[in-house]
Design a protein around this ligand. Structure first.
Ligand code: FE2
Length: 410
C-alpha cells in the first residue's frame, strides 16, 4: 500500500512535469529594434507576472545562456508581454532559443553584415487578417519561401485598438507563432507599420484635442504600441541593416500627421542615408492606389509630400498597402511616368477579401493590378533588387524585372 501511494505520487509528479512541458507561452514574436546583423528582440506572452527565463545559445553549441525577461503590460488582457533584447551577436549566425515551459527548440538567424557574397530575401505585404485562416494560409506560403524576415505594412489584426476585439490580437499572434516558422523551426522575425485598423477611429484627425505625444498615441493604438517593439514610439522609425539597407517605416495619418514633424524626420533620415544601397519606405495608405480614389485626402497628402523626398534621396522602390489588391506601378517621378523613377508595389492583400481594381489600361500609373490576395518576395543582391509576387494559392503572378515566363495577368 505504501509502495502504491509512492508510485501514485511519482506518476502524478511525472504527469504534471509533462503538462508543464506542454505549457509555455501563449505566443511569441521576434523583431528588431537595432541592427539585425547583431541584435534580436524576443517577445512572448504569458500570464506570469514575474520575469521568466529564456534559454539562448549558438545553434550547434552545448551550453545554454539564460536571459531574464522584462515584463510589460498587455492591454485589456490578463496576459503579460515578456521581452528580452540581446545585442553583440555575430552576423549571419543561427541562434537557438527555448521558451520557459516549452520543450521545442526554435532558432532565428541574424542578417548578413554585407551583401558582398549573399542575398537577402524579404516577404512583404499588408492587411493581414480579415480572417485568421487567410492570414495562416499566406503566412505558410510566405514561410515556404524561407525569407530572412517578414514585413507587414499595417492593418495586422483589424482590432481597431478596441478592448472588445482582444481575441483578434490573440488570433494574430497565435497565427504568427504557428505559421511564421519554417519547417526546421526557424522563427521569421517581423517588422510592422501602423495602419488605420490599429487605431481607434482609424485616423488621428478623428480625435478632437489630439496631441502629438507618446501618451496620446498610446491611447489611440494601445495594442500596436505595446505588442510591437518596433517601430515603437512615435510610430515611425528607421531600421538600419548593416550599411546596405534602411527600412523606413511611416505612419499615414493614423497616430501621427503626415505633415510637420514626421515629414521633417523623413527628410533628415533619408538625407543621412544617401549612401546606403537600399532605402525602402513601407507605409499603409498608398500614394498610387489600385482601388481607392487617386484624389482621396490621405492618398493625395502622402503623394504630395513623401515621394519628392524619396526621389531626392535615391529611393528606388516603396511598398504601399490598404487597398486590398495587388499592384505594381510604372517607375514614377514628379507624379509622371519616368524611367528613372520609383516603383510602388502593394497594395495590402496578405489576408483580406480582395477588392475590385481600377482598370490597368485607363489608369496612367498602373503597370499591373489584380483583384487577389497576394504578397511579395523581395530579393536584394548587391545593389540590385528583384521581386516576385505570389497570390493566395501560391501562384507567382508578377515579377520585376519582368520575366518572359509569366503570362500577363491584367
Ligand atoms: Fe487599411
Amino acid at each position: 500500500m505504501k509502495y502504491l501511494s509512492r508510485i501514485l505520487v511519482l506518476v502524478f509528479l511525472i504527469l504534471s512535469q509533462i503538462a508543464l512541458g506542454q505549457g509555455g507561452p501563449h505566443a511569441f514574436y521576434l523583431t528588431w529594434m537595432k541592427d539585425p546583423t547583431s541584435t534580436i528582440t524576443i517577445d512572448w506572452h504569458s500570464n506570469e507576472m514575474e520575469f521568466e527565463t529564456l534559454k539562448f545559445r549558438i545553434k550547434g553549441s552545448e551550453k545554454w545562456n539564460e536571459f531574464e525577461s522584462t515584463v510589460l503590460p498587455f492591454p485589456f488582457s490578463d496576459r503579460l508581454v515578456h521581452r528580452v533584447g540581446i545585442q553583440g551577436l555575430e552576423a549571419e549566425t543561427a541562434y537557438e532559443i527555448q521558451f520557459n515551459g516549452l520543450d521545442s527548440i526554435f532558432y532565428f538567424r541574424t542578417l548578413p553584415a554585407t551583401l558582398n557574397e549573399t542575398s537577402l530575401k524579404i516577404a512583404i505585404g499588408g492587411d493581414s487578417m480579415h480572417q485568421k485562416e487567410w492570414l495562416e494560409t499566406t503566412n505558410r506560403i510566405a514561410a515556404s519561401y524561407e525569407p530572412d524576415f517578414v514585413i507587414i505594412g499595417g492593418d495586422m489584426a483589424y482590432e481597431n485598438g478596441a478592448a472588445e476585439n482582444l481575441q483578434r490580437i490573440y488570433d494574430w499572434f497565435d497565427a504568427y507563432t504557428k505559421t511564421l516558422v519554417t519547417e526546421d523551426n526557424r522563427i521569421l522575425p517581423c517588422i510592422v507599420a501602423i495602419g488605420n485598423h490599429e487605431v481607434v477611429g482609424g485616423y488621428y484627425n478623428k480625435h478632437e484635442g489630439y496631441e502629438q505625444t507618446d501618451e496620446y498615441r498610446y491611447r489611440l493604438a494601445p495594442y500596436f504600441y505595446s505588442l510591437f517593439a518596433f517601430p515603437g514610439q512615435p510610430g515611425y522609425n528607421v531600421l538600419d541593416i548593416g550599411n546596405y539597407l534602411s527600412l523606413i517605416i511611416l505612419d499615414t495619418e493614423h497616430s501621427n500627421p503626415v505633415l510637420g514633424e514626421q515629414t521633417k524626420w523623413l527628410e533628415k533620415t533619408l538625407e543621412e542615408r544617401r549612401d546606403v544601397l537600399h532605402k525602402i519606405p513601407i507605409y499603409h495608405v498608398p500614394a498610387y492606389p489600385s482601388v481607392r480614389d487617386y484624389e482621396g485626402f490621405t492618398q493625395s497628402l502622402v503623394r504630395e509630400n513623401w515621394p519628392p523626398v524619396f526621389e531626392a534621396n535615391g529611393v528606388r522602390i516603396a511598398f504601399e498597402n490598404h487597398d486590398h489588391a495587388y499592384k505594381r506601378t510604372f517607375p514614377l517621378k514628379n507624379m509622371q511616368l519616368d524611367q528613372s523613377g520609383i516603383v510602388y508595389v502593394g497594395d495590402g492583400a496578405w489576408g483580406v477579401d480582395p477588392r475590385d481594381i481600377h482598370s490597368v489600361f485607363d489608369t496612367w500609373y498602373l503597370k499591373k493590378a489584380q483583384k487577389t490576395r497576394a504578397f511579395t518576395i523581395l530579393t536584394l543582391e548587391g545593389r540590385e533588387f528583384s521581386l516576385i509576387s505570389i497570390d493566395g494559392d501560391g501562384k507567382v503572378i508578377d515579377s520585376f524585372p519582368e520575366s518572359p515566363l509569366l503570362v500577363k495577368t491584367d
